[in-house]
Design a protein around this ligand. Structure first.
Ligand code: UD1
Length: 424
């Protein structure tokens, strides 16, 4: 079993490029199913979630090749309309194939998806959206099938701005007759990125980054070239790592407007943050200040994906910080692990109370999920002595070679193979 060994206590310094956004790449890859000809997608780091998605595309019959960080997908010869259970269970985003595949082949027969265990994560809004468009949808709690009937654009009102449901409805309607309107759509930057890619391929999608998205159906989509947006969650993760170590780093290849929702938190921690459109510098004080209150919200609120990494930094802040998780009901699993480092965090339902301690000590801890795993690594960077972090397959889903990235920033992090390092 692979694990990370971290010798903590070193201040992060230096500069690094932020890689492409996992949460953009996955729906963009699903979208290639709808396209005749070659899609060339740049800025795709090697993440395990991306590789699983590529394997799904290959299973479906697409040709996919990688040249460095560029993926070239030709889905012209797609021949299957089902996805194997193990592939579906490996990531949540596999459900985004539902709309695309049903639209392309006339039918999609999938298993219910897997992904990070951070809550119930139902797909009722995805299914209601597809039904409203005219797809026949069947689910038995294990499988889900969507069959294309007379698909005609509709107004679909989402009771919650679900990212995945918005993506599925876009993909299911982009080749439909007529105009689809999604009211109370998710406004996350990754939705805009998906629409940018599709529009380059010939789609007519308007209003992304606003609560109302309009999709005018087109007859066909043709190959397009696209560069995926920088990963805003990675950027905030690295800023949190810098903050906890009292470091000073520069992040290049960021899209600053996407990071804005997290900046007030770093300001409140006492970090000095300066930026232009595509790079950000952060200088952390020797002792962070507490943050009075953070509440996760849909974009442009504070992202739920940044909750765990930022919480980790706040473990050593001066005073008590309150963090409320409003998006997922089970996204505090990392707390037990952070407390192994000597953090003082208690939980009451969806509220975490982080009492800042003077310092963390080294620990053996495990990654509970993708972002929770990043939080545990961040704690290890601060803790004096050697920490061992196991279950790092969760981290590999969304951070490319994290030990390399952190080493470039002066951290001492190594990946080792160690059969004995299994933490219960
Ligand atoms: C996406 C992101 C994930 C991020 C989340 C919220 C990807 C691959 N993943 O996940 O990293 O944390 O957005 O920003 O892009 N809900 C329902 N019914 C549905 C769909 C969602 O009740 O049909 C609920 C969920 O249980 C959750 C909330 O809506 O409580 C948000 O979920 P959603 O925005 O759909 O997140 P994902 O697309 O799964």
């Amino acid at each position: 079993m692979k694990c990370l060994k971290i010798n903590g206590g070193r201040k992060l310094k230096g500069s690094i490029d932020v890689h492409g956004a996992k949460n953009s790449i996955l729906p963009v890859l699903c979208a290639t199913v709808l396209i005749n000809g070659k899609s060339v997608i740049h800025n795709c780091p090697t993440l395990s979630d991306v590789e699983v998605t590529v394997n799904i595309l290959r299973y479906l019959g697409a040709n996919v090749s990688r040249e460095g960080n560029t993926l070239i997908v030709d889905a012209t010869s797609i021949s299957r309309s089902n996805i194997l259970e193990p592939q579906m269970k490996e990531l949540r985003s596999s459900i985004i194939f539902l709309g695309a595949l049903a639209s392309r082949t006339g039918q999609a027969c999938l298993y219910l998806p897997g992904g990070c265990d951070i809550g119930l994560r139902p797909i009722d809004l995805h299914l209601k959206g597809l039904k409203a468009l005219g797809y026949e949808v069947f689910t038995d709690g294990h499988n889900v099938c969507a069959t294309r009937r007379d698909v005609i654009g509709k107004e679909i009102v989402l009771p919650f701005p679900s990212v995945g449901a918005t993506e599925n409805i876009i993909l299911a309607s982009v080749l439909a007759k007529g105009t689809t309107t999604i009211v109370n759509a998710a406004r996350e930057p990754e939705i805009e990125d998906l629409a940018d890619f599709l529009n380059k391929a010939g789609a007519r999608i308007y209003g992304t980054s606003t609560p109302t998205i309009t999709i005018e159906g087109v007859n066909e989509l043709n190959g397009a070239e696209h560069t995926v947006i920088p990963d805003r969650i990675l950027a905030t993760t690295l800023m949190s790592a810098c903050a906890i170590t009292g470091g000073r780093i520069q992040l290049n290849n960021v899209c600053m407007p996407h990071i804005m929702p997290t900046l007030p938190v770093f300001d409140e921690m006492g970090c000095d943050v300066s930026y232009n459109y595509s790079s950000v510098k952060i200088k952390a004080p020797n002792r962070l200040k507490r943050v009075k209150s953070i509440e996760t919200m849909a974009y442009p609120g504070f992202p739920t994906d940044c909750q765990a990494p930022v919480m980790s930094a706040l473990c050593v802040a001066d005073g008590t910080s309150i963090i409320k998780e409003t998006i997922f009901e089970n996204r505090f699993k990392h707390i037990e692990q952070l407390n192994l480092f000597g953090a003082d965090i208690s939980v009451n339902d969806r509220i975490a109370v982080v009492n800042g301690v003077n310092s963390l000590h080294s620990a053996n801890a495990k990654c509970t999920d993708l972002r929770g795993g990043a939080a545990v690594v961040i704690a290890g960077l601060s803790a004096e002595g050697e920490s061992t972090i196991t279950d790092i397959q969760h981290i590999d889903r969304g951070y490319e070679n994290i030990e390399h990235q952190l080493s470039l920033l002066n951290a001492d992090v190594k990946r080792i193979d160690d059969e004995k390092q299994q933490i219960k």
